[in-house]
Design a protein around this ligand. Structure first.
Ligand code: NAG
Ligand code: NAG
Length: 438
């Protein structure tokens, strides 16, 4: 199953600290040898300031109380550096921690900077020290302190690059504290900056969008409105473009979000189009399930992929979150996915066949006849399908006057291959030494 694990594709787009929860998840799922994960964790921690944690892990891995000398040296270094940064930032930090003095601040950055300089001798150096201190605290794993300091730093910072890194840091800290509401606010703030006209170069903008989407996975698969949020963001032209340019693996999350979100069903067509365009660059059982069903009309294949989808979801750090219910553990997203995917199969099947034998369908859906009939009755009622169930003959009869999705998709596909053809033609014609592309 590790063949479908995306961690190594996702990690390069994340802050190191954000990779940690992914490794924790993989460790719980036993997708890799425990030792391998522990080594990866130690490697990750060695790049941060979480030296004590790294030491504990080292002891755990090698079942010994000894740790390498360099870890001990590193610890001394980190403690000294923290102390020194704390001292440099102290004038501004003590100002910011004094409620009476905070009253002196106004919603006017220039005024505040002048006032701090004139009355408290707090200038650019002290403000820079606050940033360095915040960053160091973050590296130490003190995310709440980092979030507070970065927030305050941004209110005083006049350098837009610095302000942007502070915002990324704040977002990471909020994600790591699982403050989904605030994290979502910071995400939107960041998006606005990245999408603004005067934001760096187009390449830089593309890279920032790709980062943003990766970081957003934490939020969207935890925040209560995340399933709408992810679709609203990832389907925006510039973001979808970024996925198709350099982050194809994100298709798994878009596809899952569309499958489980009944309210965003209208995005299915667009999604299928993208999956079809990208079928040679990215696939996993989830995209293949949709491909089987909506591109190839291969119901057997869809069934088979559905079984693999379940494993993919259970082993994906963003999708496989377990929830403790009274006395058992469930994976809510898996359950919803399977329910909706079966619905997709049923609907597509019904739209291609006018009359369906319930027994045959039960077999396709791997349910007993009774189970299937009950399920279909509910479905027809809830999904507003124009269908009648004839219990005597054991059939479902579809009304003929509804829009035929099958035909719609065929039409769609025709247009698409035409467009692809035109595109290929244009590219080929433009290719030999075309000056426009230099
Ligand atoms: C985090 O930093 C704050 C501010 O420096 C400090 O008061 C707090 O003790 C730190 N927390 C931890 C767990 O180190
Ligand atoms: C049908 O579902 C059962 C569990 O409900 C499972 O054990 C079995 O493998 C499934 N069979 C097929 C053909 O999918």
């Amino acid at each position: 199953m590790s063949e479908y694990d995306l961690t190594s594709k996702i990690a390069p787009h994340l802050d190191r600290h954000l990779v940690f929860p992914l490794l924790e998840f993989l460790q719980e799922r036993h997708l890799y040898a425990d030792e391998e994960i522990l080594k990866a964790k130690i490697e990750l921690l060695n790049e941060t300031n979480m030296v004590d944690y790294a030491m504990d892990m080292h002891k755990n891995l090698y079942r010994s109380d000894d740790v390498p000398q360099e870890m001990i040296d590193r610890r001394v270094e980190v403690v000294a550096r923290l102390k020194s940064l704390e001292e440099s930032a102290a004038p501004l930090v003590s100002f910011l921690q004094n409620p009476a003095l905070l009253q002196e601040l106004r919603p006017d950055k220039q005024y505040n900077l002048q006032m701090l300089n004139d009355r408290f001798q707090i200038g650019p150096d002290q403000i820079e020290a606050l940033y360095q201190y915040a960053k160091f605290q973050f590296e130490c794993g003190n995310y709440s302190a980092a979030a507070d300091f970065l927030y305050q730093y941004r209110a005083l910072c006049t350098n837009s690059d610095r302000s942007l890194s502070a915002l990324w840091g704040k977002l990471a800290a909020e994600i790591l504290m699982q403050s989904w509401e605030i994290a979502l606010e910071e995400l939107n703030r960041l998006k606005e900056i990245i999408d603004s006209k005067n934001f760096a170069s187009p390449l830089n903008q593309l890279q920032n969008r790709i980062w943003l989407m990766h970081w957003s996975l934490f939020i969207f698969f935890n925040h209560e409105n995340g399933r709408n949020g992810i679709i609203d963001l990832f389907f925006q032209d510039r973001y979808l473009n970024a996925i198709q340019t350099n982050a194809h693996h994100l298709l798994r999350y878009v596809a899952t979000a569309v499958i489980v979100n009944k309210r965003k069903r209208h995005m299915l067509k667009e999604l299928i189009k993208v999956i079809q365009q990208e079928q040679y660059t990215y696939k996993d059982p989830i995209t293949e399930f949709l491909e089987c069903l909506y591109i190839n009309y291969d119901f057997e294949g869809a069934q088979q992929k559905l079984r693999e989808c379940e494993d993919v979801i259970l082993n994906d750090p963003f999708l496989g979150k377990q929830v403790q219910e009274a006395n058992f553990v469930t994976v809510p997203l898996r359950d919803e996915f399977l329910e909706n995917a079966r619905l997709f199969i049923f609907e597509t099947y019904c739209r291609i066949h006018q009359c369906i034998d319930i027994r045959m369908l039960a077999e396709k859906l791997n349910m007993s006849d009774d189970e299937a009939e009950r399920w279909i009755v509910n479905l027809v009622r809830n999904a507003k399908l124009d269908a009648k169930i004839d219990s005597k003959s054991g059939t479902v009869v579809m009304s003929t006057n509804h829009v035929n999705v099958y035909e719609q998709i065929i039409e769609n596909t025709k247009q698409l291959s035409m467009r692809t053809y035109m595109l290929a033609k244009n590219v080929l014609e433009a290719a030999p030494g075309a000056p426009a592309t230099r």
